[in-house]
Ligand binder design. Sequence first.
Ligand SMILES: Nc1nc2c([nH]c(=O)n2[C@@H]2O[C@H](COP(=O)(O)OP(=O)(O)OP(=O)(O)O)[C@@H](O)[C@H]2O)c(=O)[nH]1
Length: 131
Amino acid sequence: MLIVTAAAMVDADGRVLVQQRPEGKAFAGFWEFPGGKLEPGETPEAALIRELSEELGIDVERACLAPACFASDVAGDGRPMLLLLYVLRKWRGVPKPIEATALRWLRPVELHRITMPPADKPLIGLLEALV
Ligand SMILES: Nc1nc2c([nH]c(=O)n2[C@@H]2O[C@H](COP(=O)(O)OP(=O)(O)OP(=O)(O)O)[C@@H](O)[C@H]2O)c(=O)[nH]1
């Protein structure tokens, strides 16, 4: 089972951060929530704090990661995948697209209009209710 953690980072205006996947990766050009796969022995929260630092250059406290919802799908390599989404409203630093092609801040309802991986689709409606 592949476990992936991701963050719905919410700003003061209730908008959520999405990043665009770069060329050369699966789902290139798709928009996703920042995050990534757990490394062996890592907790979901430690993995997400590490990924947010690597991908966006921000610092996040574990206590600020609020478990929100999850999605279940099959990854590109055929493995079952569980995507754990946390809501994050407080962080240190300004997010920068270190690994992504671009960043966008969108209202949850606007996420229906961008192309996201199939696993993310059910998360959009849940975020509309949560944010
Ligand atoms: N971060 C993130 N990953 C997602 C989302 N939705 C989704 O299906 N995924 C999948 O979860 C996996 C995340 O892995 P990752 O970001 O650590 O790794 P990657 O595929 O970019 O490439 P890599 O293995 O070369 O680092 C990818 O297979 C990605 O397609 C999402 O909203 N955010």
